[in-house]
Design a protein around this ligand. Structure first.
Ligand code: HEM
Length: 386
């Protein structure tokens, strides 16, 4: 039974299934009464519901460490998410060249092919289940091909369930599974090919990366690249099927430069991450002690009316749209150009062959708890073939 706003504010817990439905309403209520509520869950943490507080924390990596980036703890390394300055910069220097738009565009045709194949699988049926038939095969297939430079999609397919489990409940087992897959991915990596190859040849201050560092990076690529894009793609598909103005927007050739940001803001699919205070400080009137844990609640910040007018509505010509869906500061998403390119291609390929999307009558739409807060994990749509 879903808890009410008042019940949630009595004991907020960002992973609780029974708080999911009204969690953002509770954050909205908290913002006007007690904008940094304290949660007793998972060892205790402050919940940042205001845009300004989330921005301030993400912008100050010295005071707010990422060493433990999940509220529930992570039993394996997840580099660079779990690093602080100055070493964080060294890892980003190695990774950034493989995630620029210019670099990724060389894989455009391969991405199209993956999307095309997925669409071909359901085109004759006039209906599809977005997550299993499209979003997962496409995001996992493109991560395998472009990031892991392998045709062995089985490897990444096995990562899908673990990445979801890490997002939903942040269980130690899920992270262990991903770390195990990282061992396999690294063993297959060609030394002269792509980002995994670069991990073999990269140097920091003249030394090679340790095996722990390489595995930590590959684990993060699984984690960052699967449930995230899957969640956004599914959220957009939901709007496509429920609002008549969305299909014309997705048919604009450059929608991924502007309108996509509004989908990203409203749904903010990486809903929260964690930080730890490295010194006593103060945030918007609340005392924060050394060692205190903070939930940077991106999804709440992106609905803060102090920053966004009519925050609960999709307003496609919002300008500017400084949403935090990709984070902010030094940890801002490494894969954001990849995600944009994937989403642009996925919908271009889908809409080239299908139109008039509708929710399948009577089908339930279960929604995810945890990091991919509220994104459907099952979404059945009908369509007409073009
Ligand atoms: C729409 C899809 C995506 C969303 C919404 C998203 C969101 C985010 C957010 C909010 C952060 C900041 C975490 C923090 O501050 O602690 C982040 C970091 C990161 N993301 Fe993404 N992400 C997406 C796709 C991807 C993809 C496709 C990849 C890679 C294949 C990726 C890799 C990473 C990595 C490696 C980091 C850590 C960066 C660092 O610590 O410097 N992400 N992402």
């Amino acid at each position: 039974m879903a808890k009410s706003v008042e019940e949630i504010l009595d004991g907020i817990d960002l992973y609780a299934e029974d708080q999911r439905e009204h969690l953002l309403d509770a954050a909205a209520a908290a913002r006007t009464r007690c904008p940094i509520p304290h949660s007793a869950a998972d060892g205790g943490y402050h919940v940042l519901t205001r845009y300004e507080d989330v921005r301030a924390v993400c912008a100050d990596a010295e005071t707010f460490s990422s060493a433990q980036p999940s509220l529930r703890g992570v039993p394996v390394r997840v580099i660079p998410i779990d690093t602080d300055p100055p070493e964080h910069r060294e890892y980003r220097k190695i990774l950034n060249p493989f995630f620029t738009r210019a670099y990724l565009l060389r894989y455009e045709e391969q991405l199209r092919e993956i999307a095309h194949t997925a669409v071909a699988g359901f085109l004759d049926k006039g209906e599809f289940e977005v997550v299993g038939d499209f979003a997962v095969p496409f995001s996992a297939g493109s991560l395998a091909k472009i990031v892991f430079a392998t045709d062995d999609t089985d490897l990444v397919d096995r990562g899908v369930a673990a990445a979801k489990q890490a997002a939903v409940a942040s269980t130690p087992e899920a992270f262990q599974t991903l770390a195990g897959l990282a061992v396999e991915a690294l063993a297959q990596a060609a030394p002269d090919d792509g980002v995994l190859g670069a991990l073999v040849t990269a140097r920091i201050d003249g030394r090679e990366l340790t095996m722990e560092e390489r595995l930590g990076i590959v684990t993060t690529l699984f984690l960052g690249g699967l449930d995230t894009t899957r969640g956004v793609l599914t959220n957009i598909a939901y709007h496509l099927a429920t609002r008549p103005d969305v299909e014309p927007i997705l048919r604009r050739p450059d929608w991924w430069r502007r309108e996509l940001d509004e989908f990203l803001r409203l749904e903010t699919t990486v809903a929260f991450m964690a930080r730890t205070a490295t010194r006593d400080t103060e945030l918007g009137g609340t005392a924060v002690k050394t060692g205190d844990r903070l939930a940077v609640f991106f999804a709440a910040a992106d609905r803060d009316p102090a920053r966004f007018d009519r925050p609960d509505e999709l307003i496609f010509d919002r300008e500017p749209n400084p949403h935090l869906a990709f984070g902010l500061g030094i940890h801002r998403c490494l894969g954001l150009h990849f995600a944009r390119l994937q989403l642009a291609i996925a919908f271009e390929e889908l809409l080239a062959r299908a139109t008039d999307f509708r929710l399948k009558p009577g089908a339930e739409i279960p929604r995810q708890v945890g990091l991919s807060l509220n994104s459907p994990y099952r979404l059945e749509l009908t369509f007409r073939r073009r």
